[in-house]
Design a protein around this ligand. Structure first.
Ligand SMILES: [Zn+2]
Ligand SMILES: [Zn+2]
Length: 334
């Protein structure tokens, strides 16, 4: 099989041939149809994930079909359409697992980081981490829902805003264009904060009630003119811009970070104190199948550009530099 691997921290993507792996106890072999390219994959390239070993195949937005099952995975069968996201497996035995908090497992596995991921024609998946993906969804359009869709849907579903309240989406890219559609269909009044005026029309088409051009207006002041945002979803990995948004929150408003960035947020403490505002983060958690189901019935699709597996490096660069509209997806079936 063909895989795309990284051989060392800071290394390039390499297309290599490997034998198709054999699933062990509790594992399945997945024939991968599509895998999204996510900013989270950068930690494989940069080597910033604790305990990362090389070579490693990245990719945690995987949609495929079960090709083989190992021992002790009886409920899953060959031919089922499945997906696997950031969460790659858990022990079912430690304290967090016994409380049902599998994402906090003491020996949690992360797809594409602690195990080889979906930049490959085949991959091994732990059966406890598998998700059912409806057959009628095109794999390339379903793949981004497993991380980008889950993070934005989960963040909004649990954000505490009520129907009709103002929810602002900062950034209209891979995460933001999904967050906007979800927020609109969940019944919030939506504002998009973007420095690209040319995205205003698209924002309206995807459900924005208000578009705020952050290059030409102070977003915090503009949000306050609307009464203040109950929630701001931070999807742009730009710490300086994010810090400038806190003043746009309503009383008890929350800024929820979804963008993946190691940058430091510099926020005056009293900006939180006034109005008892707060800042939180969200990764989506165990909402993936709910995100897929909501996307299906609400007719929400990611806007994608597909790349064949061999062009993973190009897809990754397009994602990192925000040239892709709006999510890059590798496809393996051509
Ligand atoms: Zn991701
Ligand atoms: Zn555990």
């Amino acid at each position: 099989m063909k895989v795309v691997q990284v051989s060392s921290a800071g290394g390039d993507f390499e297309v290599v041939e490997r034998p198709i792996p054999v699933p062990g106890i509790g594992e399945v072999l997945i024939k991968v149809h599509a895998c999204g390219v996510c900013r989270g994959d950068a930690v494989v390239k940069q080597g910033t994930f604790p305990g990362l070993t090389y070579p490693r195949v990245p990719g945690h937005e995987v949609v495929g079909t079960i090709a083989k099952v190992g021992q002790a995975v009886s409920p899953w069968t060959v031919g089922e359409r499945v997906g696997i996201g950031w969460h790659g497996g858990h022990c079912l035995h430690c304290g967090p697992c016994r409380r049902g908090e599998f994402g906090a497992c003491d020996t949690v596995l992360t797809t594409g980081l602690s195990t080889d991921g979906g930049y490959a024609e085949y991959m091994i998946g732990r059966s406890e981490a598998l998700l059912l993906v409806p057959e009628e969804l095109e794999p390339a359009k379903a793949a981004p829902l497993l991380c980008a869709g889950n993070a934005t849907f989960g963040g909004l579903r649990n954000c505490g805003a009520q129907a009709g309240e103002l929810v602002a989406i900062h950034g209209l890219g891979g995460l933001g264009h999904l967050a906007l559609q979800y927020a609109h269909r969940m019944g919030f009044r939506t504002a998009v904060l973007s420095h690209s005026q040319e995205k205003a029309l698209l924002a309206r088409q995807l459900g924005a009630d208000v578009f705020i051009d952050t290059a030409n207006a102070d977003p915090a002041a503009e949000l306050q003119k609307l009464g203040g945002a109950k929630v701001i979803i931070g999807t742009a990995p730009d710490a300086k811009a994010i810090a400038g948004l806190v003043g746009g929150l309503a009383r008890h408003g929350r800024l929820i970070m979804i963008a993946f960035t190691g940058e430091v947020l510099h926020i005056p403490a009293n900006a939180l104190l006034y109005g008892e505002r707060s800042i939180a983060g969200a990764v989506g958690g165990a909402n993936i199948e709910a995100a897929i189901a909501f996307s299906q019935f609400a007719h929400i699709e990611p806007m994608i550009e597909t790349f064949p597996l061999e062009r993973a490096a190009e897809a990754y660069d397009a994602m990192l530099t925000s040239r892709v509209r709006f999510r890059a997806v590798l496809t393996m079936d051509q």
